[in-house]
Write a new protein. Structure first.
Length: 366
């Protein structure tokens, strides 16, 4: 086949549009709707935009939420906070993880988390405005007693008190018992601490707010903003914000008995038509989807065959209407990110935050 005929073939099968190797489409109108849905349940919300807003783009997400009236944001590091400030985000920023630099935090008006003697000393040294955290059962970060928490609140410039619920997304009796015990512990702390200083208390995460409703002054909401409901069976109208797309870059005929991909990952049981898709684990497609993941193309679900490679993956195209330069959906409306996570034996959090930097972000409906 001549070069000109190859080009003509490709153009004929583009279906009239140019495609990206892969891209993450972020629908900002859906983000706004999800925020409005959350605000109906709680009017004091920290929007969690750590990890690049769960892969969606922290600056774009924060700017959109500021336009919707959101005044509070939560990140995991001072450098995430610094990036928001450099990109014009003016709202309050809480650093809910380890703060590497209390001096920088003060300089950019970001508020570190105080959760032990070490961070308490740093807060005093820098005369920082901070949030305090109490451990009510997560056993990760937080003062272990109400007395320590009350003392920190009394002696520091504290803007609020956090805890974190470990099992609010669980659906069995033990999960409920643990969550209710944590809520009780936090209520007891609230009674004591607010006698020292009337500061807001924040406990609800996405799962807790949806499942149990609002117990305290405010909530810290992450995954629900991005359209993932962490409570199985719940009908809260959340819309997926990200759609991950890739392109069909080749179609091969594989003979019965031949192998596909690395390490003889799949052996053809019959002569088969295989489409090669331009995304792989370096883009965020988990290798755990090898031989069990699905993609969606032109109205049909196609199964991954062989090992997920760094930059590509093969699917069984069968008799499906699939041509070179067609676009496929890795996850979105047609394939929920939760379903992808279940097949990969992981969480939707990991799938979303795993969408890598090299994947082009396209923002729709600002």
């Amino acid at each position: 086949m001549t070069f000109e005929r190859v080009l003509a073939y490709i153009e004929k099968n583009r279906r009239g549009k140019r495609v990206d190797r892969c891209r993450a489409e972020v629908d900002l109108s859906r983000l706004k709707k999800n925020f409005e849905t959350i605000k109906e349940k709680c009017d004091d919300v920290f929007a969690v935009v750590k990890a690049n807003a769960y892969g969606h783009g922290a600056t774009e997400v924060a700017k959109t939420l500021e336009e919707c009236g959101c005044k509070k944001f939560a990140v995991a590091s001072v450098y995430e906070a610094e990036s928001l400030r450099k990109n014009g985000i003016n709202g309050e920023i809480a650093i809910l993880g380890f703060c590497e630099d209390f001096g920088l935090a003060r300089e950019i008006a970001a508020r570190p988390l105080v959760y032990d003697e070490h961070t308490l000393c740093l807060a005093k040294k820098y005369d920082a405005e901070v949030f305090v955290k109490i451990n009510t059962g997560m056993n990760r970060l937080g003062f272990s007693t109400i007395g320590e928490t009350a003392s920190a609140v009394k002696n520091l410039r504290v803007l609020g008190v956090f805890t974190h619920l470990s099992s609010a997304d669980g659906d069995d009796a033990t999960d409920r018992r643990i969550t209710e015990a944590q809520i009780k512990n936090f209520m007891e702390a609230e009674l004591v601490v607010k006698n020292e200083k009337d500061v807001p208390f924040y406990a609800d995460n996405s799962a807790a707010l949806i499942k149990y409703g609002r117990f305290f002054d405010g909530a810290r909401i992450g995954i629900a903003l991005y359209g993932v409901n962490p409570v199985p069976g719940d009908k809260t109208p959340l819309l997926p914000v990200m759609t991950f797309r890739a392109a069909v870059i080749a179609i091969n005929t594989v003979k019965k008995g031949d192998f596909i991909g690395y390490s003889r990952g799949y052996r053809a049981k019959k002569d088969m038509r295989v489409a090669i898709i331009s995304t792989g684990y370096a883009d965020g497609l988990p290798r755990a989807l090898s031989n069990k993941g699905m993609i969606f193309c032109n109205g049909q679900f196609l199964k991954i065959v062989g090992k997920v490679s760094m930059d590509s993956v093969a699917v069984d195209a069968g008799d499906a209407d699939v041509k070179i330069m067609d676009e496929v959906v890795v996850f979105g409306d047609e394939i929920k990110v939760t379903d992808v996570a279940n097949r990969a034996d992981t969480l939707p959090y990991e799938i979303l935050t795993g969408v890598s930097e090299r994947v082009k972000r396209v923002y729709k409906n600002p």
